[in-house]
Design a protein around this ligand. Structure first.
Ligand code: UDX
Length: 429
């Protein structure tokens, strides 16, 4: 099939690369010329394991190309995917300006019978506004659909190839058949539904997962108060299939480009219809104060943070990515700096992004964890990189004067940390 993918962020680029790899002819289009230049040179604009290889392979075999020109990308496409960002606006609502702009730009070039799939996360009903915009610019017959994306950064390709389910929201039978054909090489159960339900599935999934995390973080506080081990408590409940094991890992709270914005958006469009989503609201509130909670645990040990040299391992919002959007590590650092601490930090991938987007943040960047350890009085684990899970504690004891390890991601083994001579402070253990 001939496909066009509008927007070359995480979702768009991974979708384009995977669908090209299945043998489709894919054109990725983006208004960002610098990005398209990078992609044409065979590079990925961000770090995602396996993505570069996929991009190079499919560009070499001419199944995948990139352009800034809609008139080149759209006219032959049987399916056009809209994969542009829907960030939060000042009121917490999903800002749809990029979705509408993309719709406006692609509309004049649509071919008869094309299916326009909205993959961007958009509030229920958005497709009706998209339809108005497209109808203003074309008389051609086309179909709208919603196929939400559930990929996680860091495992985006694997998640796209082997999702638990593929949700196809579309009202036309022929368009549904086309989308089923296109997704045939992808694993996972098919959920066939209408467009609005598909749009809600995406928000509900993210709100539910975010709620699981906040729930876990609340239980962690209870465990701290009663000297229980949250890891065992969550293992104990996770074995119950009705609950499930995933997303019960406590820490500094959830960050990233999806959960925080989608939770705010669902609260906002619930409110528009006067529906109080108290459970989801609670998840949001708990997440907002989780970093404060962790800092209070640090203060309980150190009394004051003023002038303390704090080594921070990890800046990305989670391991295996260079993405720092809504990273709890950065919120932690901002708060520590506000309390007068000095920050020495290392992240395997995300340091350049922090330097670029937060040039005023007073961080001394260091090339590895050992360099951080040598400069610091206490150590904080802020991101769950594998490299930190396997921290060499004997070496740490040898090269540093550190006494406290504050494990904001509960990734170290407390007994081993204590055996190596450190005081261990985790979340709820
Ligand atoms: C998420 C969803 O998982 C994905 O389906 C959706 O398409 C986009 O949003 P992503 O943001 O890439 O994906 O990361 P994810 O692995 O889900 O983690 C989100 C945040 O929650 C991270 O900050 C992570 O550290 C945190 N988290 C996750 C926890 O604190 N505890 C957990 O148990 C799981």
């Amino acid at each position: 099939m001939k496909l066009a993918v509008v927007g070359t962020g995480y979702v768009g680029l991974v979708t384009a690369a995977v669908l090209a790899d299945f043998g489709n002819q894919v054109t990725g289009v983006d208004v960002d010329e610098a990005k398209i230049k990078i992609l044409k040179a065979g590079r990925s604009p961000f770090y995602e394991p396996g993505l570069s290889d996929l991009l190079i392979r499919n560009q070499k075999s001419s199944r995948l190309e990139f352009t800034t020109d809609y008139s080149q990308a759209i006219p032959e496409a049987d399916v056009v995917f809209i994969c542009v960002g829907t960030p939060s606006d000042n009121n917490g609502q999903a800002d749809l300006k990029y979705v509408f702009a993309a719709s406006r730009s692609l509309a004049p070039y649509l071919k008869d019978g094309a299916v326009v799939v909205i993959k961007s996360t958009v509030p229920p009903g958005t497709h009706l506004k998209v339809k108005q915009i497209i109808d203003d610019k074309t008389k051609k017959e086309y179909f709208l659909a919603s196929v939400p994306e559930f990929l996680r950064e860091g495992s985006a390709i694997e998640d796209t190839l082997h999702p638990d389910r593929v949700v196809i929201g579309v009202d036309d039978e022929q368009a549904q058949k086309l989308l089923l054909d296109l997704h045939r090489p992808i694993n996972g159960k098919r959920i066939l539904t209408d467009i609005v339900s598909a749009q809600l599935i995406k928000y509900t999934a993210n709100a539910f997962l975010a709620s699981k995390i906040s729930f876990t973080n609340e239980v962690a506080r209870l465990c701290d108060a009663y000297q229980a081990d949250v890891m065992k408590v969550m293992e104990g409940i996770g074995e119950d299939k009705r609950i499930g094991k995933a997303f019960l890992h406590p820490g500094l709270g959830y960050g990233g480009s999806c959960f925080p914005k989608d939770v705010k958006a669902i609260l906002a469009f619930g409110k528009q219809r006067k529906i109080d989503l108290n459970v989801i609201k609670g998840a949001h509130v708990t997440n907002q104060v989780q970093v404060d909670y962790f800092i209070s645990k640090m203060e309980a040990k150190l009394s004051v943070l003023k002038s303390v040299k704090v080594g921070v391992l990890g800046l990305a919002f989670k391991g295996n990515t260079d993405d720092i959007r809504e990273s709890r590590a950065l919120i932690l650092i901002e708060n520590l700096i506000a309390k007068g601490a000095f920050i020495y930090a290392y992240d395997p991938m995300a340091m350049d992004n922090v330097k670029k987007f937060y040039p005023d943040l007073k961080i001394s960047y260091l090339p590895n964890w050992q360099a951080v350890a040598k400069k610091s009085e206490v150590l904080v684990i802020a991101t769950d990189w594998n490299e930190f899970k396997e921290l060499n504690l004997e070496e740490l004891a040898e090269i540093s004067k550190i006494r406290y390890i504050f494990d904001g991601r509960n990734i170290l083994n407390p007994d081993k940390v204590k055996q190596a001579g450190f005081d261990y402070v985790g979340v709820g253990r």
